[in-house]
Design a protein around this ligand. Structure first.
Ligand code: FEO
Length: 396
Protein backbone atom coordinates (compact mmCIF):
# COMPACT_ATOMS: atom_id res chain seq x y z
CA UNK A 1 0.00 0.00 0.00
CA UNK A 2 2.15 2.80 -1.31
CA UNK A 3 -0.70 5.32 -1.61
CA UNK A 4 -3.12 6.92 0.71
CA UNK A 5 -6.47 5.14 1.08
CA UNK A 6 -9.83 6.85 1.37
CA UNK A 7 -11.92 5.64 4.28
CA UNK A 8 -14.49 8.43 3.95
CA UNK A 9 -14.22 11.49 1.67
CA UNK A 10 -12.71 13.50 4.53
CA UNK A 11 -10.76 10.68 6.21
CA UNK A 12 -7.69 8.98 4.67
CA UNK A 13 -5.30 6.28 5.81
CA UNK A 14 -1.73 7.57 5.54
CA UNK A 15 0.12 4.73 7.28
CA UNK A 16 2.92 2.37 6.35
CA UNK A 17 2.82 -1.41 5.94
CA UNK A 18 5.53 -3.81 7.08
CA UNK A 19 4.50 -7.24 5.71
CA UNK A 20 7.93 -8.84 6.19
CA UNK A 21 8.21 -8.12 9.91
CA UNK A 22 8.33 -11.34 11.97
CA UNK A 23 9.13 -10.05 15.49
CA UNK A 24 7.40 -6.89 16.69
CA UNK A 25 9.29 -4.62 19.13
CA UNK A 26 11.88 -7.42 19.55
CA UNK A 27 9.21 -9.19 21.62
CA UNK A 28 6.15 -10.55 19.85
CA UNK A 29 6.08 -12.94 16.89
CA UNK A 30 3.97 -11.75 13.98
CA UNK A 31 3.40 -14.26 11.20
CA UNK A 32 1.77 -11.77 8.87
CA UNK A 33 3.79 -8.62 9.46
CA UNK A 34 2.11 -5.47 10.70
CA UNK A 35 1.17 -1.95 9.71
CA UNK A 36 1.63 1.42 11.37
CA UNK A 37 -1.66 3.18 10.71
CA UNK A 38 -2.04 6.92 10.70
CA UNK A 39 -5.04 8.91 9.52
CA UNK A 40 -5.64 12.37 8.12
CA UNK A 41 -8.95 14.13 8.76
CA UNK A 42 -9.92 17.20 6.77
CA UNK A 43 -12.58 19.49 8.25
CA UNK A 44 -13.95 22.58 6.53
CA UNK A 45 -11.52 24.76 8.49
CA UNK A 46 -8.73 22.61 9.84
CA UNK A 47 -6.71 19.46 9.24
CA UNK A 48 -5.72 16.86 11.84
CA UNK A 49 -3.40 13.87 11.65
CA UNK A 50 -4.04 11.02 14.07
CA UNK A 51 -0.85 9.32 15.27
CA UNK A 52 2.25 8.97 13.10
CA UNK A 53 4.38 5.96 12.13
CA UNK A 54 7.72 4.43 13.08
CA UNK A 55 10.66 6.82 12.65
CA UNK A 56 12.32 4.75 9.90
CA UNK A 57 9.20 5.21 7.76
CA UNK A 58 8.88 8.98 8.21
CA UNK A 59 9.88 9.84 4.62
CA UNK A 60 7.10 7.69 3.13
CA UNK A 61 4.69 9.01 5.76
CA UNK A 62 5.45 12.69 5.13
CA UNK A 63 5.05 12.17 1.39
CA UNK A 64 1.55 10.80 2.05
CA UNK A 65 0.68 13.75 4.26
CA UNK A 66 1.98 16.16 1.62
CA UNK A 67 0.03 14.44 -1.14
CA UNK A 68 -3.22 15.22 0.69
CA UNK A 69 -2.36 18.56 2.28
CA UNK A 70 -0.49 20.22 -0.58
CA UNK A 71 0.47 23.75 0.37
CA UNK A 72 -1.92 23.84 3.32
CA UNK A 73 -0.80 23.30 6.89
CA UNK A 74 -1.57 20.59 9.40
CA UNK A 75 -3.33 22.17 12.38
CA UNK A 76 -3.35 19.27 14.84
CA UNK A 77 -1.36 16.12 15.43
CA UNK A 78 -3.39 13.89 17.72
CA UNK A 79 -1.20 11.51 19.71
CA UNK A 80 -3.47 8.80 21.05
CA UNK A 81 -0.47 6.95 22.53
CA UNK A 82 3.20 7.94 22.64
CA UNK A 83 4.96 4.62 22.01
CA UNK A 84 7.58 5.13 19.26
CA UNK A 85 5.82 2.91 16.70
CA UNK A 86 3.18 5.68 16.66
CA UNK A 87 5.15 8.77 17.67
CA UNK A 88 8.40 7.95 15.83
CA UNK A 89 7.66 10.38 12.99
CA UNK A 90 6.37 13.16 15.23
CA UNK A 91 9.70 15.04 15.17
CA UNK A 92 9.75 14.90 11.36
CA UNK A 93 6.14 16.12 11.25
CA UNK A 94 7.00 19.03 13.53
CA UNK A 95 9.95 19.94 11.30
CA UNK A 96 7.53 20.15 8.38
CA UNK A 97 4.57 21.63 10.28
CA UNK A 98 6.09 23.48 13.28
CA UNK A 99 2.85 25.32 14.10
CA UNK A 100 0.82 22.11 14.44
CA UNK A 101 -0.59 21.62 17.93
CA UNK A 102 0.17 18.23 19.45
CA UNK A 103 -2.95 17.01 21.23
CA UNK A 104 -2.56 14.30 23.87
CA UNK A 105 -3.13 13.27 27.45
CA UNK A 106 -0.86 14.73 30.11
CA UNK A 107 0.92 11.37 30.43
CA UNK A 108 1.59 11.23 26.69
CA UNK A 109 2.87 14.81 26.74
CA UNK A 110 5.37 13.87 29.45
CA UNK A 111 6.48 10.78 27.49
CA UNK A 112 6.81 12.81 24.26
CA UNK A 113 9.06 15.32 26.02
CA UNK A 114 11.49 12.48 26.70
CA UNK A 115 11.13 11.09 23.18
CA UNK A 116 11.44 14.09 20.86
CA UNK A 117 13.66 16.39 23.00
CA UNK A 118 12.20 19.64 21.72
CA UNK A 119 9.50 22.15 22.54
CA UNK A 120 6.28 21.97 20.55
CA UNK A 121 2.84 23.60 20.68
CA UNK A 122 0.67 21.31 22.75
CA UNK A 123 -2.83 20.88 24.09
CA UNK A 124 -3.57 18.44 26.89
CA UNK A 125 -7.08 16.97 26.73
CA UNK A 126 -9.29 15.13 29.21
CA UNK A 127 -12.31 12.84 28.90
CA UNK A 128 -15.01 14.48 26.80
CA UNK A 129 -12.93 17.40 25.49
CA UNK A 130 -13.54 18.24 21.85
CA UNK A 131 -11.82 19.94 18.93
CA UNK A 132 -13.87 21.19 15.99
CA UNK A 133 -12.19 21.00 12.61
CA UNK A 134 -15.24 22.55 10.92
CA UNK A 135 -18.08 20.10 10.48
CA UNK A 136 -15.83 17.40 11.87
CA UNK A 137 -15.73 17.27 15.65
CA UNK A 138 -13.15 15.18 17.48
CA UNK A 139 -14.01 13.97 20.98
CA UNK A 140 -11.43 12.40 23.25
CA UNK A 141 -12.11 9.35 25.39
CA UNK A 142 -9.52 8.41 27.99
CA UNK A 143 -8.50 4.74 27.71
CA UNK A 144 -5.54 4.37 30.06
CA UNK A 145 -3.39 1.22 29.74
CA UNK A 146 -4.65 0.34 26.28
CA UNK A 147 -1.72 0.05 25.91
CA UNK A 148 0.18 2.53 28.11
CA UNK A 149 -1.03 4.83 30.90
CA UNK A 150 -1.08 7.65 28.33
CA UNK A 151 -3.61 6.17 25.94
CA UNK A 152 -6.84 7.75 24.70
CA UNK A 153 -9.30 7.12 21.88
CA UNK A 154 -10.43 9.84 19.46
CA UNK A 155 -13.99 9.76 18.12
CA UNK A 156 -14.88 11.59 14.92
CA UNK A 157 -18.46 12.21 15.96
CA UNK A 158 -20.19 12.96 12.65
CA UNK A 159 -18.86 9.82 10.95
CA UNK A 160 -18.87 7.55 14.01
CA UNK A 161 -15.21 6.67 13.41
CA UNK A 162 -13.29 5.64 16.51
CA UNK A 163 -9.49 5.89 16.40
CA UNK A 164 -8.20 3.49 19.03
CA UNK A 165 -4.44 3.24 18.49
CA UNK A 166 -3.29 -0.16 19.85
CA UNK A 167 -6.74 -1.30 21.01
CA UNK A 168 -8.61 -3.44 18.47
CA UNK A 169 -5.38 -3.62 16.48
CA UNK A 170 -3.78 -6.66 14.90
CA UNK A 171 -0.26 -7.34 13.73
CA UNK A 172 -1.46 -8.24 10.26
CA UNK A 173 -0.63 -6.93 6.84
CA UNK A 174 -2.97 -8.22 4.14
CA UNK A 175 -3.91 -7.32 0.58
CA UNK A 176 -6.57 -4.89 1.76
CA UNK A 177 -6.86 -2.37 4.56
CA UNK A 178 -10.46 -3.31 5.32
CA UNK A 179 -11.72 -6.20 7.44
CA UNK A 180 -14.53 -7.12 5.03
CA UNK A 181 -12.00 -7.74 2.25
CA UNK A 182 -9.71 -10.01 4.27
CA UNK A 183 -9.74 -13.59 5.51
CA UNK A 184 -10.70 -14.02 9.16
CA UNK A 185 -7.86 -12.50 11.20
CA UNK A 186 -9.55 -13.07 14.57
CA UNK A 187 -6.84 -15.51 15.79
CA UNK A 188 -4.16 -12.91 15.00
CA UNK A 189 -6.22 -10.26 16.77
CA UNK A 190 -6.63 -12.51 19.81
CA UNK A 191 -2.88 -13.21 19.92
CA UNK A 192 -2.24 -9.45 19.71
CA UNK A 193 -4.71 -8.90 22.58
CA UNK A 194 -2.81 -11.47 24.66
CA UNK A 195 0.52 -9.79 23.94
CA UNK A 196 -0.52 -6.16 24.35
CA UNK A 197 -3.50 -5.61 26.65
CA UNK A 198 -4.14 -8.90 28.44
CA UNK A 199 -2.36 -7.65 31.62
CA UNK A 200 -4.87 -4.78 31.70
CA UNK A 201 -8.15 -6.66 31.33
CA UNK A 202 -9.96 -4.46 33.85
CA UNK A 203 -8.93 -1.38 31.87
CA UNK A 204 -10.26 -3.02 28.70
CA UNK A 205 -13.67 -3.42 30.34
CA UNK A 206 -13.56 0.20 31.58
CA UNK A 207 -12.80 1.46 28.07
CA UNK A 208 -15.56 -0.66 26.53
CA UNK A 209 -18.03 0.69 29.08
CA UNK A 210 -17.12 4.22 27.96
CA UNK A 211 -17.82 3.51 24.28
CA UNK A 212 -20.76 1.15 24.76
CA UNK A 213 -23.39 3.78 23.98
CA UNK A 214 -21.48 5.58 21.24
CA UNK A 215 -22.44 5.25 17.59
CA UNK A 216 -19.41 3.47 16.17
CA UNK A 217 -19.50 2.82 12.45
CA UNK A 218 -15.80 2.21 11.84
CA UNK A 219 -12.90 1.36 14.15
CA UNK A 220 -9.54 2.66 12.95
CA UNK A 221 -6.76 1.09 15.01
CA UNK A 222 -3.08 1.89 14.55
CA UNK A 223 -2.06 -1.66 13.58
CA UNK A 224 -3.70 -3.94 11.03
CA UNK A 225 -7.12 -3.90 9.42
CA UNK A 226 -9.57 -1.02 9.61
CA UNK A 227 -12.84 -2.48 10.91
CA UNK A 228 -15.63 -1.02 8.79
CA UNK A 229 -17.87 -4.10 8.79
CA UNK A 230 -19.62 -5.06 12.05
CA UNK A 231 -17.35 -3.22 14.52
CA UNK A 232 -19.61 -4.35 17.38
CA UNK A 233 -18.46 -7.95 16.77
CA UNK A 234 -14.87 -6.96 17.50
CA UNK A 235 -15.82 -4.97 20.59
CA UNK A 236 -17.67 -8.11 21.77
CA UNK A 237 -14.50 -10.17 21.19
CA UNK A 238 -12.56 -7.80 23.45
CA UNK A 239 -15.27 -7.99 26.08
CA UNK A 240 -15.21 -11.80 25.98
CA UNK A 241 -11.40 -12.02 26.12
CA UNK A 242 -11.25 -9.54 29.01
CA UNK A 243 -14.09 -10.85 31.17
CA UNK A 244 -13.23 -11.99 34.71
CA UNK A 245 -13.20 -15.73 35.41
CA UNK A 246 -15.62 -16.90 38.11
CA UNK A 247 -15.72 -20.21 40.01
CA UNK A 248 -14.33 -22.01 43.08
CA UNK A 249 -10.99 -21.06 44.63
CA UNK A 250 -8.23 -22.64 42.60
CA UNK A 251 -4.72 -23.77 43.48
CA UNK A 252 -2.57 -24.31 40.42
CA UNK A 253 0.54 -26.46 40.77
CA UNK A 254 2.86 -26.08 37.79
CA UNK A 255 5.88 -28.33 37.69
CA UNK A 256 8.74 -29.83 35.70
CA UNK A 257 10.08 -33.26 36.55
CA UNK A 258 12.78 -34.84 34.36
CA UNK A 259 13.02 -38.00 36.52
CA UNK A 260 9.62 -38.08 38.23
CA UNK A 261 10.89 -36.88 41.62
CA UNK A 262 9.49 -33.35 41.56
CA UNK A 263 6.26 -34.90 40.21
CA UNK A 264 6.00 -37.09 43.34
CA UNK A 265 6.35 -33.93 45.41
CA UNK A 266 3.74 -32.16 43.24
CA UNK A 267 1.22 -34.93 43.90
CA UNK A 268 1.87 -34.67 47.64
CA UNK A 269 1.37 -30.87 47.51
CA UNK A 270 -1.90 -31.47 45.63
CA UNK A 271 -3.11 -33.94 48.29
CA UNK A 272 -2.42 -31.39 50.99
CA UNK A 273 -4.15 -28.57 49.12
CA UNK A 274 -7.32 -30.57 48.44
CA UNK A 275 -9.47 -28.96 51.15
CA UNK A 276 -13.26 -28.69 50.79
CA UNK A 277 -14.16 -25.84 48.43
CA UNK A 278 -10.72 -25.76 46.85
CA UNK A 279 -10.11 -26.93 43.28
CA UNK A 280 -6.57 -28.17 42.76
CA UNK A 281 -5.00 -28.30 39.30
CA UNK A 282 -1.70 -30.09 38.81
CA UNK A 283 0.07 -29.44 35.52
CA UNK A 284 3.30 -30.62 33.91
CA UNK A 285 4.23 -27.40 32.12
CA UNK A 286 5.67 -29.18 29.07
CA UNK A 287 2.21 -30.63 28.40
CA UNK A 288 0.61 -27.18 28.13
CA UNK A 289 0.56 -24.59 25.37
CA UNK A 290 1.67 -21.07 26.21
CA UNK A 291 -1.94 -19.97 26.06
CA UNK A 292 -2.99 -22.71 28.52
CA UNK A 293 -0.17 -21.77 30.90
CA UNK A 294 -1.26 -18.14 30.85
CA UNK A 295 -4.88 -19.16 31.44
CA UNK A 296 -3.89 -21.21 34.52
CA UNK A 297 -1.73 -18.37 35.87
CA UNK A 298 -4.59 -15.96 35.44
CA UNK A 299 -7.36 -18.17 36.86
CA UNK A 300 -5.50 -19.38 39.97
CA UNK A 301 -6.09 -18.06 43.46
CA UNK A 302 -2.70 -19.47 44.49
CA UNK A 303 0.28 -20.56 42.40
CA UNK A 304 2.73 -23.25 43.45
CA UNK A 305 5.78 -23.95 41.33
CA UNK A 306 7.65 -27.26 41.39
CA UNK A 307 11.05 -27.12 39.80
CA UNK A 308 14.19 -29.22 39.70
CA UNK A 309 17.59 -27.54 39.79
CA UNK A 310 19.73 -28.12 36.71
CA UNK A 311 23.22 -26.66 36.43
CA UNK A 312 22.51 -24.59 39.57
CA UNK A 313 19.59 -22.89 37.88
CA UNK A 314 15.87 -23.05 37.16
CA UNK A 315 15.43 -24.93 33.84
CA UNK A 316 14.41 -22.67 30.94
CA UNK A 317 10.82 -23.97 30.55
CA UNK A 318 10.12 -22.95 34.13
CA UNK A 319 11.88 -19.60 33.69
CA UNK A 320 9.51 -19.02 30.77
CA UNK A 321 6.50 -19.71 33.00
CA UNK A 322 7.84 -17.30 35.61
CA UNK A 323 8.30 -14.70 32.86
CA UNK A 324 4.65 -15.10 31.79
CA UNK A 325 3.59 -13.94 35.27
CA UNK A 326 4.04 -10.32 34.23
CA UNK A 327 2.16 -10.80 30.94
CA UNK A 328 -1.21 -11.76 32.39
CA UNK A 329 -3.80 -10.25 34.71
CA UNK A 330 -3.09 -12.20 37.90
CA UNK A 331 -5.77 -12.37 40.54
CA UNK A 332 -3.47 -13.85 43.16
CA UNK A 333 -0.33 -12.85 44.98
CA UNK A 334 -0.06 -16.08 47.00
CA UNK A 335 2.64 -18.49 45.98
CA UNK A 336 5.06 -21.21 47.01
CA UNK A 337 7.84 -23.39 45.61
CA UNK A 338 9.16 -26.91 45.93
CA UNK A 339 11.39 -29.27 44.04
CA UNK A 340 13.83 -32.14 43.86
CA UNK A 341 17.49 -31.60 43.05
CA UNK A 342 20.63 -33.66 42.56
CA UNK A 343 23.92 -31.92 43.25
CA UNK A 344 22.62 -28.61 44.57
CA UNK A 345 19.17 -27.03 44.98
CA UNK A 346 19.24 -23.35 44.07
CA UNK A 347 16.08 -23.28 41.96
CA UNK A 348 13.47 -23.14 44.74
CA UNK A 349 15.00 -20.00 46.25
CA UNK A 350 15.20 -18.45 42.78
CA UNK A 351 11.48 -19.07 42.30
CA UNK A 352 10.79 -17.45 45.66
CA UNK A 353 12.94 -14.44 44.71
CA UNK A 354 11.02 -14.04 41.44
CA UNK A 355 7.70 -14.20 43.30
CA UNK A 356 8.87 -11.70 45.92
CA UNK A 357 9.91 -9.38 43.08
CA UNK A 358 6.30 -9.46 41.91
CA UNK A 359 5.03 -8.70 45.44
CA UNK A 360 3.78 -12.22 46.11
CA UNK A 361 3.13 -13.39 49.65
CA UNK A 362 4.89 -16.66 50.50
CA UNK A 363 2.93 -18.09 53.45
CA UNK A 364 5.22 -21.13 53.71
CA UNK A 365 8.94 -21.60 52.90
CA UNK A 366 9.94 -23.82 49.99
CA UNK A 367 10.41 -27.56 50.39
CA UNK A 368 13.30 -29.15 48.55
CA UNK A 369 14.89 -32.58 48.71
CA UNK A 370 17.74 -34.43 46.99
CA UNK A 371 16.76 -36.92 44.29
CA UNK A 372 13.94 -39.30 45.27
CA UNK A 373 11.86 -37.59 48.01
CA UNK A 374 11.61 -39.57 51.24
CA UNK A 375 8.33 -40.09 53.10
CA UNK A 376 9.07 -37.20 55.48
CA UNK A 377 9.67 -34.86 52.54
CA UNK A 378 6.37 -35.86 50.97
CA UNK A 379 4.73 -35.11 54.31
CA UNK A 380 6.31 -31.63 54.23
CA UNK A 381 4.95 -31.19 50.71
CA UNK A 382 1.44 -32.09 51.89
CA UNK A 383 1.82 -29.52 54.66
CA UNK A 384 2.94 -26.93 52.14
CA UNK A 385 -0.15 -27.59 50.01
CA UNK A 386 -2.42 -27.40 53.05
CA UNK A 387 -0.85 -24.13 54.24
CA UNK A 388 -1.53 -22.53 50.86
CA UNK A 389 -5.11 -23.85 50.73
CA UNK A 390 -5.69 -22.67 54.33
CA UNK A 391 -4.66 -19.20 53.21
CA UNK A 392 -7.42 -19.24 50.58
CA UNK A 393 -10.03 -20.57 53.00
CA UNK A 394 -9.15 -17.85 55.56
CA UNK A 395 -9.40 -15.17 52.88
CA UNK A 396 -12.54 -16.58 51.23
FE1 FEO B 1 1.63 0.00 18.91
FE2 FEO B 1 1.83 0.41 22.31
O1 FEO B 1 2.26 0.72 20.53
Amino acid sequence: MKDTIEIKPNVHWIGSVDPELRIFDDLFPTERGTSYNSYLIRGKDKIAVIDTVKEKRSEEFLAKVKSLVGKEKVDYIIVNHAEPDHSGSLAAMLEQYPAATVVSTQAAKTFLGNLVHREFPSQVVKDGDTIDLGGARLRFIMAPYLHWPDTMFTLLEEEGILFTCDAFGTHYSGDSLFNDELHDFTPDMHFYFDCIVRPFKDKVISAINKIRNERIVIICPSHGPVIRSDPGRYVAFYEEWAKPVAGPKKVAILYLSPHGNTEKMARAVARGAALPGIEVGIYHINHLSVSEIRDHLEEADALIFGTPTINRDIPKPMWDVLAYLSTVKLKTNIGAAFGSYGWSGEACKMVEDRLKGLNFKLPVPFVRAPFNPRAEVLKQCEELGKAIADELVVNA
